[in-house]
Design a protein around this ligand. Structure first.
Ligand code: ATP
Ligand code: MG
Length: 621
């Protein structure tokens, strides 16, 4: 990674800045004077906004739920749940607290000790939230798994995490767990959340209703140190085999601070995070941060569907919405017109995370919703948002924004002796690094001590992402270190090339890779999925190549373009460039446990398109 340099054309910089006037924003954002807030910020001072346990110490469940249940928010709605069938359920903070305490007692009755791992394999059902806060109250370590995982990824994760208890449903148990249970010696108990009509007992399992009905809601959260382990999250597997990142109870301070500054949560907000708690975003922001702030947290059980999402935003009067580029790209396919007719006047802030958000995506927000999507950057390892576009700050489309108060981010170069040097010069590429020590920093990779140690050098955590920083301190994502393309002495970031392709009216999605070339080292190859109404043709290919050359210059523009119906992506919605590359080069495909949709060359005709659920590779036993 030595010798990084800026690559020629700044396609992203051509987009106009979106100016903000903080005086016009209602309610007044928590972060207006960025420099002043940063200068006066300290984690110790921020800690005063949390209560701490009665005897001292910090427990996530106490900060998110129990303390509100004992105060003026007791009867306020904590979770507003909308089921797949349209049914609704509201949990007040007091109810959620009582249910969680009851579940904590139940866990104890099963003999689950502090520090033992409790896995959750549930869709977004109310019991997921009860179980998560119950287990955290009991100081178990919680690991939520995405419910669409197949048996193999489930077995790997429970095995790696030495899961003692699994909470799932009868249906998921029969389809995915029963067959692998014999291989999971650590798993002592399986609790099944049954629905009406599922009364049949299942051998070797315990019914949720029976377990909790006799349990006491008087459970007292034991003393919890901020450094006690709380959560185990597996990464998305975009670059290789997923890693298990462990987090501590003290992470809740990051959840609070980022909810305040990056999501700008206010007491009266109705907040909707569309991510599933099986991924870190869905836990940190779909469960914990909004409740720490005492707002109404909307939970939608159903999967993505643009029209029903617009309907929910309107009818639920969502004020702050946190989603992902993969969903935004799907909405873009339908066009801004699809949003017309919905009353979205309550919506005041929209944010995105998970992948780079192309300028086109930021501007789609303006066109369709009258406000930009605010990109922010973080990782499973960081536990919370690290770099963000804040409500009161000008947006430069294509930039991930600026570091949160309390977070020091830098662009660095790794030296051969293992040390790192900060690159001070603006807009020079290097690795994105964070100064160690923020509260939600991961405390290890499960069973991979050496790999964890290698993430740190001097006082820095090295993220594995490449970025650059401009004169105003805005960070610009370049690509993952693994995905960067080296061509004729240039280092080319895939994001810049993909963003330029996305500007073309026919392009719905783009992914680029480096393809070995004897003369220039690597050439840029692009894979493109088209918007509805556009068909792949030689003429379109030439047009796209021409557009990219004009926008990026011949050194950076793709030399080859292939059309695809779909691009391969992880179940958390990220494009898997490594798989495109492995297939292009005929190399082994590597770990596919998180692969969701698969690519299909357009030439395959009408049979192409999304695979039926049972054929998805990730679901294979
Ligand atoms: P794995 O580590 O297993 O390969 P992953 O890195 O995709 O998977 P996550 O922790 O879910 O797993 O994702 C974090 C990564 O996602 C970041 O390191 C970055 O590459 C990408 N990412 C997240 N948000 C953004 C963003 N706003 N802009 C650009 N990239 C982002
Ligand atoms: Mg990663």
């Amino acid at each position: 990674m030595a010798g990084l340099q800026e690559t020629g054309v700044g396609a992203l910089g051509l987009w106009p800045r979106i100016r903000k006037d903080p005086a016009m924003l209602e309610p007044r954002p928590h972060l207006v004077d960025y420099a002043a807030v940063r200068a006066s910020f300290s984690w110790e001072k921020a800690r005063a906004a949390l209560s701490g346990l009665p005897g001292g110490g910090l427990n996530i469940a106490h900060e998110a739920v129990h303390r509100h249940a004992q105060g003026p928010r007791a009867q306020k709605t904590a979770l507003r749940w909308i089921g797949k069938d349209g049914s609704r359920h509201e949990f007040s903070y007091a109810q959620l607290s009582a249910e969680a305490r009851r579940f904590a007692s139940a866990l104890r009755s099963l003999g689950a000790a502090e520090g033992e791992r409790v896995f959750l394999l549930l869709g977004r059902v109310p019991e997921l939230y009860v179980a998560m806060f119950g287990a955290l109250s009991a100081k178990a370590v919680v690991s939520p798994l995405f419910s669409a995982f197949g048996p193999e990824p489930i077995a790997t994760r429970i095995g790696m995490g030495q899961g003692a208890v699994l909470i799932t449903t009868p249906e998921l148990y029969r389809r995915k767990v029963e067959g692998i249970r014999a291989n999971l010696p650590s798993l002592r108990h399986v609790v099944l959340v049954e629905r009406a009509g599922e009364a049949e007992p299942v051998a070797g399992t315990i019914r949720w209703s029976e377990l909790v009905s006799g349990a006491s809601p008087d459970f007292a959260v034991p003393p919890t140190d901020a450094e006690d382990l709380a959560l185990l999250h597996f990464t998305s597997g975009t670059t290789g085999r997923p890693k298990g990142a462990v987090h501590v109870h003290g992470a809740v301070l990051t959840h609070y601070v980022t909810g305040l500054y990056a999501l700008d949560l206010h007491e009266e907000d109705i907040f909707w995070c569309t991510a599933d708690p099986g991924w870190v975003t869905g836990t940190s922001y779909g469960v914990i941060a909004p409740l720490v702030h005492g707002v109404i947290n909307l939970v939608v059980e159903a999967e993505f569907d643009a029209q029903s999402w617009y309907g929910i935003l309107a009818s639920e009067k969502v004020t702050v919405w946190y989603t992902a580029p993969t969903a935004i790209r799907m909405m873009m396919k339908l066009g801004a017109e699809a949003v017309r007719g919905y009353d979205l006047s309550a919506l005041r802030f929209m944010a995105s995370v998970g992948e780079p958000l192309n300028p086109e995506g930021v501007m789609f927000g303006v066109e369709a919703f009258g406000r930009p999507f605010h990109d922010n950057w973080w990782q499973t390892e960081t536990g919370g948002i690290m770099i963000a576009n804040f409500a009161a700050m000008d947006v430069k489309p294509g930039s991930m924004g600026r570091p949160l108060p309390g977070i020091e981010a830098a662009i660095v170069r790794r030296e051969p002796d293992g040390s790192v040097t900060q690159i001070e010069e603006p807009m020079v590429e290097g690795e994105l690094a964070l100064k160690k020590g923020w509260p939600s920093m991961f405390r290890g990779y499960l069973g991979e001590e050496e790999r964890y140690r290698k993430c740190f050098a001097d006082d820095w955590y090295l993220t594995g992402d490449l970025a650059k920083k401009d004169e105003e301190g805005y960070f610009w994502f370049v690509g993952r270190a693994d995905d960067v393309i080296k061509s004729a002495g240039h280092l080319i970031g895939p994001f810049e090339v993909e963003s330029a392709l996305m500007e073309h009216p026919a392009v719905a999605e783009a992914a680029v890779i480096g393809k070995p070339d004897p003369i220039v080292g690597e050439v840029v190859k692009a894979f493109v999925a088209l918007k509805p109404g556009f068909a792949a043709s030689e003429e379109l290919r030439r047009d796209l190549l021409g557009h990219a050359r004009k926008r990026l210059g011949p050194a950076v523009a793709p030399k080859e373009i292939d059309f695809r119906d779909n691009l391969p992506r992880t179940r958390s919605g990220k494009i898997m460039r490594r798989l495109l590359k492995a297939r292009e080069l005929g190399l082994p495909e590597g770990d596919l446990s998180t692969l969701e949709s698969d690519e299909r060359p357009v030439a395959q005709g009408p049979a192409a398109g999304p695979l039926p659920a049972e054929n998805r590779p990730g679901d294979r036993p």
